[in-house]
Design a protein around this ligand. Structure first.
Ligand SMILES: Nc1ncnc2c1ncn2[C@@H]1O[C@H](COP(=O)(O)OP(=O)(O)O)[C@@H](O)[C@H]1O
Ligand SMILES: O=C(OP(=O)(O)O)[C@H](O)COP(=O)(O)O
Length: 405
């Protein structure tokens, strides 16, 4: 994989060239306010290096999951503004991705200038399953640039036009963030110190359940929380009220539990939960008066939104003797103060252990920072959740494979 160092050292370098940087600027927002800018800070050095070398830098990313058409709530304008602050230079913003605005903004770039395009997922070609449709969008993106730098680690597991098809159309290299992320995660695929404990939570349950199949071969202990817990609790025959549930995956999860038993892998599920009548308002953050209930006695109509205190203590104990920990997915709706304790307890558990700890995922990393933990207390904070899980699984990641030749 060609690195950015090689790209900068090559012949005339990048001076005067239009360099397309596929970043992951998928940051958490409250309205138009960025609540954690970690992903922007993580890719900023790559953009700064290219700009300093005289490139005309075009930064592109997705944000959230809009359905192939513009949705103002998912605009990248706040991220572009924040990038400008971090770089200490003006950053132009195109209000589309391959249209008139993008062409004119890119055409106006001088050497060392930086522009951000609007959300790639406002165009259906970005995420299309059909190769030709994705390819046609990638052709239009390719027309904007001379060189491609892949540095959106959080999205390398997506076979999307800007991640997979575009690098095939331009000379390409991997950015510094991808190089760092792959360097750390590679260690976890080689020889891990044991006990190896994996903590899984969050809300992208259908995306991430599959990784357990592989973890059953690798991990010594798997702690489940967040929205992921309810499919497991239901699989054990418990009621889960109106909690997040992946009903069609219940037989799969039952198989995981059976295989874990056979293989001696310890599966740990919540023993108590914080529940409320409905999903909390994350903007107003008004008190929700949650109840704590045993995990096997969830009241009908209530939603599980965090681990209860007994689970917090149990998970801390299950982390204490770990030698390696990988954690993806918050243990609850940490964005609301009533449901942050489970996530805080796991973060503290990682810090209190003497393990090598890796925290992965946009929201998990944001949780650790917004709950006030010092980033340096963790071994590595990865910008990718799904991406790091799939990397650990040994899967071929489209966005890495595309950079490889
Ligand atoms: N019990 C729950 N019910 C609904 N959402 C939850 C629950 N627990 C955690 N979440 C949500 O999961 C989201 C993060 O999930 P995910 O995107 O999978 O993690 P990451 O970005 O770290 O990979 C957070 O926004 C959090 O509010
Ligand atoms: O937030 C992301 O992934 P993550 O929640 O697994 O860390 C990435 O930006 C990928 O987003 P996607 O899962 O909508 O493709």
């Amino acid at each position: 994989m060609k690195t950015i160092d090689e790209l900068l050292a090559d012949g005339d370098g990048v001076r005067g060239k239009r360099v397309f940087v596929r970043a992951d600027l998928n940051v958490p927002l409250s309205g138009t306010t960025i609540t954690d800018d970690g992903r922007i800070r993580a890719v900023q050095p790559t953009i700064a290096r290219l700009a300093q070398a005289g490139a005309r830098v075009i930064v592109a990313s997705h944000l959230g999951r809009p359905k192939g058409a513009p949705e103002p709530a998912f605009s990248l304008a706040p991220a572009a503004a924040r990038l400008g602050e971090l770089l200490g230079q003006k950053v132009a913003f195109a209000t589309d991705t391959v249209g008139e605005s993008a062409r004119s903004v890119v055409g106006a770039l001088g050497d060392g200038d930086v522009a951000v395009l609007e959300n790639l997922r406002f165009n259906p070609g970005e995420t299309a399953k059909d190769d030709a449709e994705r390819g046609a969008f990638a052709d239009r993106l390719a027309a904007l640039a001379d060189v491609y730098v892949g540095d959106g680690f959080g999205a390398v597991h997506r076979k999307h036009a800007s991640v997979y098809d575009l690098p095939a159309r331009l000379p390409h290299a991997a950015g510094g963030l991808i190089a760092t992320e792959v360097g750390v995660l590679k260690k976890l695929t080689e020889d891990v110190s044991r006990p190896y404990v994996v903590v899984l939570g969050g809300a992208k349950v259908s995306d991430k359940l599959g990784v357990i199949d592989h973890l059953l071969e690798k991990a010594d202990r798997i702690l489940i929380g967040g929205g992921m817990a309810f499919t497991f609790l239901k699989a054990k025959g418990y009621e889960v009220g109106s909690s997040l549930l992946q009903e069609d995956q219940i037989p799969v999860v039952q198989d995981y539990l059976r295989r874990a038993d056979e293989r001696g892998v310890e599966f740990v599920l919540p023993v108590d939960l914080k529940v409320a009548a409905e999903f909390p308002d994350l903007k107003a953050k008004a008190p929700t008066h949650p109840e704590t209930v045993p995990a096997d006695a969830m009241p009908a109509g209530k939603m599980g939104l965090d681990n209860g205190p007994e689970t917090c203590a149990l998970y801390a104990a299950k982390l204490a003797d770990a030698a390696t920990v990988f954690w993806n997915g918050p243990m609850g709706v940490f964005e609301h103060p009533d449901f942050a304790e489970g996530t805080r307890a796991v973060a503290q558990g990682l810090i209190d252990s003497s393990a090598f700890t890796v925290v992965g995922g946009g929201d998990s990393a944001a949780a650790v920072r917004t709950l006030g933990f010092d980033e340096s207390a963790f071994g590595h904070i990865s910008t990718g959740g799904g991406a790091s899980l799939e990397y650990l699984e040994g899967k071929t990641l489209p966005g890495l494979a595309a950079l490889e030749d």
